[in-house]
Ligand binder design. Sequence first.
Ligand code: ADP
Length: 412
Amino acid sequence: MEEVIKILLIDDDEEDYIITQDIIEDIPNKKYLLEWVNSYEKGKENIDQAKHDIYLVDYRLGINSGLELIREAIGSGCTTPLILLTGQGDQEIDEKAMKAGAADYIVKATLNPYQLERSIRYSIEHARNLKQIRQLNMDLERRVEQRTQDLELALKKLEHTNENLKRAEKETLKALEKERELNTMKSKFVTIASHEFRTPLSTILSSASLIAKYNAPGDEEKRQKHISRIKSSVNNLTGILNDFLSIGKLEEGKVTNDPTDIDIRHFSEELIEEITPMLKEGQHIIYTHQGENSNLHTDKQLLKNALLNLLSNASKYSEAGKPIELSSSITDKACMIAVTDHGIGIPDSDKQHLFSRFYRAQNVTNIQGTGLGLTIVKRYVELMSGIIKFNSEINKGSTFTIMLPLAIGKIR
Ligand code: ADP
């Protein structure tokens, strides 16, 4: 069945309707249905209902102009073609019509069936093409949006993979660094062991041979002297081995902080009892405590190891006969424990490196050690959320002070 093209003429002059009707009837081989409204408002109303295939809009519509109607219709989204009709040819109106969005511009005086048919056909085709283009454009936009989303997703995945790779790289580097450190430690251990083990081992050997000789009843004192030399050498060796074991455990993250309630006075007295046999001749530890409270919540083993280390340094780096002071004090917020000796002290230039691994001050070349003890002490204290400081004057002595929090939290 042939398609009927519905035309709406918007024109305030009935005469024009009759003429247009006549012209349309003269168009061969096409079916048209012409309807007519005679005002701007009715025209707008019909355009809004979108019941027609094309609008013929007169330039003059009472006090309004057909151009305004076209502009308004297009502005409110009309996609049906609108053709502007004018009384006479005018280039300016033609251009205005084009700018307003009219599909064509026809001068009524020259209107004939051929021209009208052609204009309607072109306008409808053009509008159809425009619609298709719009549709294609929308499809395209949708596809672009979809692609953009896909790309964003892919990008995010890539970023994620990248982050994972970076993390893995960091971890590998860390592991490598640890491996390197362990290797350094192993070789340092071999160096230190071959150097530091020699003296205590030869002491043990010579003392043991001498003990074998001093077997007469009056030699008791000499025997005791060599027994204590053997003991102290063994202690030295044990100390070196312990330092390496402790640092190894720390490196592997195997040392944990398990706080319990401690009475610092009782704890210190036990500690003194344990270390006294290892002190040099004539050395003894004077202990004092300040504060009514003596209760502390911290890791007993970590604190014990840290203080044993500081006390044995105090003994090692001061002469026989010199006293060592151990003091504790507890306030509302913190516990302070200090170890003071009157020994060789620490040169100013060495102070800043003292807690570095393997570091030994320049004035200790004749005294055995690994340079690991203070590194271990500092790590233990940090595990207990505390801090360690020291004061020292060369040839006068040193004080190492540990500060621990009473409540959970770090001391600053
Ligand atoms: P080590 O005693 O095995 O050398 P530490 O890490 O315990 O290792 O100490 C590092 C360095 O700090 C020591 O070699 C020494 O130079 C210095 N030091 C530590 N404690 C004292 C102290 N009480 N008096 C003087 N020097 C000390």
